[in-house]
Write a protein that binds this ligand. Sequence first.
Ligand SMILES: Cc1cc2nc3c(=O)[nH]c(=O)nc-3n(C[C@H](O)[C@H](O)[C@H](O)COP(=O)(O)OP(=O)(O)OC[C@H]3O[C@@H](n4cnc5c(N)ncnc54)[C@H](O)[C@@H]3O)c2cc1C
Length: 1143
Amino acid sequence: MATLNSLKQALKQTALTESLFSKKPLSDAQYSAGFGILAKGSAYQDFIAPQLSQLITNLLTSRTHISVLEIGPGSQTVLRHLPIRLRQKIKRYTAFEPINLFATSLEEWFRSTSSLPSLEGPPDIHQVPFTLNSNMGIYGAERFDLVLFCHSMYGMKPDHQFIEKALGVLVERPEGGIVVVFHRGGVLKFDGLMCHATASFPTGVVSVADDDEVLDCFAQFTAGFTINDTAIRVAWRGVCRTLGNRDEADPSRLWFSAPEIMVAFNRHATMLPELAALMPAGRDADMVKNRQARLHQTASTLKPTNIPQIQQCVRWALAHGASLTVLGGGHSGHCLWPNIIAVDMSAFDNVHVLTAGEDGDLDPIVIAEAGCNTGDIIRQAMTAGLTVPLGARPSVGAGLWLQGGIGHLARLHGLACDAIVGAVVVGVESGAAFCVGRVPRQHWPAGATRPENESELLWAIKGAGTNFGIVVSVTFRAFVAPTYSTRDWVIPLNDKTEARSRLGQFDELVAKKLPRNCSADAYLFWDAGQLRLGVTMFESSTTGTMINTPASTTAAEVEAVLGPAGSSATVDGVGLFESEMYMSEMHGGHGGGKTSAFKRCMFLKNIGEAAMAHELISALETRPSPFCYLHLLHGGGAVGDVVADATAFGCRDWEFACVITGVWPRDQDGAGAAQAAIRWVYAVAADLSPLCCGAYGADLGPDPRDLPFASRAFGPNRSRLARLKHNFDPQNVLAYACPLPRAAEEQRSGRVIVVVTGESCAGKDYCAATWVSLFTEQHLTARAVSISDTTKREYAVATGADLDRLLGDRAYKEQHRPALTAFFQEQVKRRPRLPEEHFLHVVNSATDVDVLFITGMRDEAPVATFSHLLPDSRLLEVRIEAGEAMRQTRRGCRGVDDTADLNGNSGNTGSSNAAGSDHRPSFIFQNDTTGTGAAKCFAGKHLLPFFHEELKQLAKMVSSAPDFPRPGIEFRHVLNIAQQPGGLALCASLLRAHFTGEWAKIDAVVCCEAGGYVFASALALVVNVPLVLIREGGKLPPPIVAVVKSPSHISSSGLSSGSGEKSIEMGRDMIPRGSSVVVVDDVLATGRTLCAMLQLLGEAGVKAEDVSVMAVAEFPVHRGRELLRRRSFGKVNIQSLLVFGGV
Ligand SMILES: Cc1cc2nc3c(=O)[nH]c(=O)nc-3n(C[C@H](O)[C@H](O)[C@H](O)COP(=O)(O)OP(=O)(O)OC[C@H]3O[C@@H](n4cnc5c(N)ncnc54)[C@H](O)[C@@H]3O)c2cc1C
């Protein structure tokens, strides 16, 4: 899709070559008509309004109202797109709008609407341009909290002087006023100015009707002038039609890409020279490897030469509300970012090799400073006969080992980050220098200390290390340097069927069979008009014995599958760099070295499986340029030996890292071909996403298209990383590194996921849709998804069935049901964790919602089974039930439900699912009436309360203590609620209100010491129900009932002095047989205490069905519900007021 900028250039070019007539400026009417077309683009709703809302919300933390100066608003202010809660905060509005027509309409618009309801006076609209001499108010003394240039800097040159002028009219008290620019396409040069925040919207589009008159209007507005010449008008229409994209669904419109940027400046924007004077300038942009990064004009690139200078950068950024990027090897697109200061680490380029025993420890280590690259480290280590498991290219820098590091030794020794045992870091919270882990004394910088949360910092550096500080050096564990033998195959593939079968053979018969010291990378690429599968086998050996030689048995087996190898070599660690197939064999060695590339990497398993192979092969068919390819790096082995939460790098369970590589000719950098290749990479990554088991964070940056992949980059470590980012980088100094789930995670921590279950035709999809609309009306984001769609997709690929009909045509779906079920069951046999994978895929694809409704899921006891996978979210099951007659009626209606699940349960039986089940859903909704009323009423009563303010208030009363009782654990002090003013009363009232049963039918509130006593007593008082106290063994006089209890979560985590088995007891006659009781506890974690209490109640004659449990806080990660179900307490109704991630 051509950008508006390239359209502009093409239009100008046409006018030059085809006309002798002179250009004329646009009249107001012409300008207004063109502006109207662009204003309908997606940017206002999807980018400008959310960004502006965020900025204004921040401004409002220091003031109650704001005044706004808007430059060139057009006929309506952009502020109209803001939510009313923010518009209400605007008390003064001033505008400079030079176009009379617009200024008059703007005045008229203000008269006819009350869009800014709190204005203290009429808007002050100046019908003149904003110039460097413009005076604001009487004697130029008027000041504003927000100055806004929205698409209005055209013609204001030099840009930076206009920004400086705008900075001059910001209020001085309270501080924090901002100047904000929204700009479409093109580059703005704010020479020497440093910005406070930036954002981009690369996916913005504008569409225009393919109609002569409309195109005339659009073309002259885009070109910026008009020419009274029919031939030019006709030629311009042709240019628009040639460059515009058409959508098959609506071919009557032309689409153009219209990327946007937002840049915000605060009053410190001009202070950069102060910092720049303290240290040398860094690398010129054209010395940076990544060619996308070269296009990003930084505010300044500085090159500290010692640690105090790095500290100066950090402290300066903290003092001035600035962000920093760090420039390591320069291979990412975001090491330089427009208008941001880059800290170039190239002065830190030493490598120190300490052989065994030198620092008093037995293992050899390599200390690499952060300005080194992979080649430097390998070469230096080899001089001592050592190596470090790094990546495949010598020029790649610290970003690799801080964020993972996948190389040919990964299967044997793990990732590069796994080899990190220590580091020197300048923290970005205060600029202090820290040593973490193993840093030999002689390498301790002066003044460095060990941070309090040292183990957390080291944990975070191993996989997410670009987000927590500026790393000065790392200590690697070193290994004996091996010799490598390599062999290559390039196999032409005649068609898709052959391609699939070859990939399958490679996976099953070669890759999966290799020992750990061998790895086999695959490449899918087109060359000379044919799809090819390239394979390179790498074998490392420290003894000289290789299997990768033509003579060995393994080599013969591999050749039986792949055919005779093309080339082979034996090399050392440095020679290995030249053995990469894309460097030597493919496309004449990377397009003859005159290409640029863009990559994103997804983690895959079973690449030979039909759906996966199909997706990989199909991806190449859509490649926008001939050199685009997929590189599959072999993983498994030692990578998966490390448990997912042992380091921040949380994606461990994969066999191949698929690097989707978009390549374009170098002279097209920044132009259409580059954009097309980048779009292709993102599209392929999105298509692979449902099949993949994670994404590689090392490539991801601030481009908003990276967010969905970043949300899958850290496996189960997301929330811990979000918390650590908040602790280690509270001001977001490193705002442009791999996006951690900071804001998104905060939202997710309150996310509610509702699994909607029930029999066929009970109305599951209908109810889910109704509830989505109810939540949307309440200004919450909600979505409903069917979990079986993923399987349908894979089934369609494997069998050639029509996916659209499978998704939407009920009869067709029924026809395929048996085969689809068999397909799913077969898949589960091969991939037992498939239900879990599908579940995670669905929830991870919806990180942006407050409430997600999942239908089509029939896994037994979904809450007990899956909640530990989403420890920050509240997982609920709502079972929909309806009488047979009602279900029969609904059976006739299309689109009521996806009739049956894929576990083979036909949807057509009438018997209740609930009866035979060994678990109890969170709620049951009896859906026996028509219309949405009852469903809305149910959700209003039972689901909406999870978003009520009181619950948030209660959550805030739970204080947390990091690293208590031992490092890595964040202790949540739930009992602290009782120590807060009003806390106990609030908690008791919420327990009463959230209880799904009837208090009138409850005979006792039961609790165990100590936390349970506090909350249960308060509740018992409120609901006027007798209290029954369970005590530790030996504390009560007979007669008693007693059971043995294994240690609770608290005792086993080291919080209590006691450990081992204990008993609990209660008076034997405290609860009459057959009573209904509510058990109250402060925390539900492992469920062991609860199990013992339920057992005790059983001994006393209380049936599990007659027990409800109410916990104040639940920690799903400990799988308490699963334990209860295993111990036959699945039928117990369990509710928790609060849900917390972490341990
Ligand atoms: C040609 C090529 C080959 C590649 N090969 C491999 C491979 O074999 N294996 C593999 O795993 N990956 C590979 N990658 C991906 C690579 O790991 C990432 O692109 C990585 O981020 C590059 O790190 P860098 O230091 O070279 O780049 P940079 O762009 O300088 O840095 C990347 C990120 O790290 C941050 N950063 C850098 N230094 C520091 C520091 N000292 N402190 C804090 N943050 C810092 C930067 O701010 C940036 O966010 C390759 C990439 C390319 C382009």
